[in-house]
Design a protein around this ligand. Sequence first.
Ligand code: EPU
Length: 431
Amino acid sequence: MPDYKLVIEGGRELRGETYVSGGKNTSLAVIPATLLAEHPCQLDNLPDIEDVRALVQILRHLGAGVEWRPDQKQMQVDPAKLRTNTVPFRLSQKMRASYYLMGALLGRYGYARVGYPGGCNLGSRPIDQHLKGFRALGAQIREENGMVVLEGKLRGAKINFDMVTVGGTINVMLAACRAEGDTVLTNCAREPHIVDTANFLNRIGARIRGAGTDTIRIRGMSKLNGGGYTVIPDQIETGTLMIAAAATRGDVTLHGCIPTHMEALTAKLLEMGVLVTSRDDIITVQLRQGHRAIRLSTQEYPGFPTDLQQPMSALLTRALGTSEVIENIFDSRFKHLDEMRKMGAKSVINGRVAYIEGVPELHGAPVTAPDLRGGAALVIAGLMARGITEIYNSETIARGYEHLENKLNALGGSIRREPVASDVYGYANSL
Ligand code: EPU
């Protein structure tokens, strides 16, 4: 994708209705999980995002038959004839979720050679817990020229994660599905996409119980069949759109979401004075007056998601009073606040705590998206700001949001893409 910037004319209220796309982080787990099957799988409600595009490239490189129709949100994967178990670094570093190829290929073939994953630069992001889980299942692991080589016949095991890890929980679950015997994972992450991945695997013949709790039990199966599955809506896109609605003092109704996944955000928005109502798969967000500062602390699900901390802190730049935001999951997830200072926002960062003093107004400025959710936060800041905001490195936003600017424009925003001359550099493309 050629480099482009987003140009936002701020100060317009968002009003109207839109829909939420399929879950990014669910899709990025379920697509590699299809490789555990013997027969074709059909996935529905997949988002049209760059990370899915990169994953399709990886699956095709491996030899899987992939037919993706983004306009129909549908993908067919035929995993029958893989020609290689190697995911080269040039492909693995395109995204974080390439680490799922380790669990999927190891589980299916007892051998995988995968480059280290990429992903947003949020500080140190080791995968030691993934590797600890694979080792406990019987894999020998070595590093060869920067590639992780995993090999061995897998047997069920009891594994307690040292910390709660989303990727680690899913990855070890993938491998354990085809191990011999039973596996019990404890201290697991409980995010909705872990449940969704387990539901998909069970649909194609796996036997997984307890996903969504801190203990997951897996009976290894000698083979998994194929089958169809519809992925859940994106929790983080839902939240981003909810926050954008509040930030512009708008009135927006979102369709196709799961309100129970949004409880931590909804509670905080209500505390700030934003009106949030929901029924069935619909959420409405309205804000008429100013909103109050809050104290926010990111936690694993069902706590406040780290992925919404950045969009939420954009909203806090205009709250009445000073907010305290504590980032408990990642070392370095406040770079967007440095950028927002160029727009008149006031914040002080002390390690994993940011103090954001609300200001009456932001003004447009050229800024750089530091990472995916930081980019979304800058879009929200741009929508709130007086004048024109230009967001460089905006390709990073398309990695995880389906046509974000189109959705916001349909609600009354004014955002356009403009090509960037090749001599303009933002952050290194680190996602
Ligand atoms: N951690 C370790 N060792 C491990 C694994 C994790 O020390 O082996 C640490 C991490 O460094 C981090 C914490 O544990 O401090 C949590 O990491 P986790 O493994 O839960 O995160 P992840 O798998 O790297 C996924 C999402 C992220 C999301 C986090 C937390 C995908 C592809 N990525 O990352 O999504 O922020 O879970 O919910 O699912 C995003 O969508 O913008 C994004 C960054």
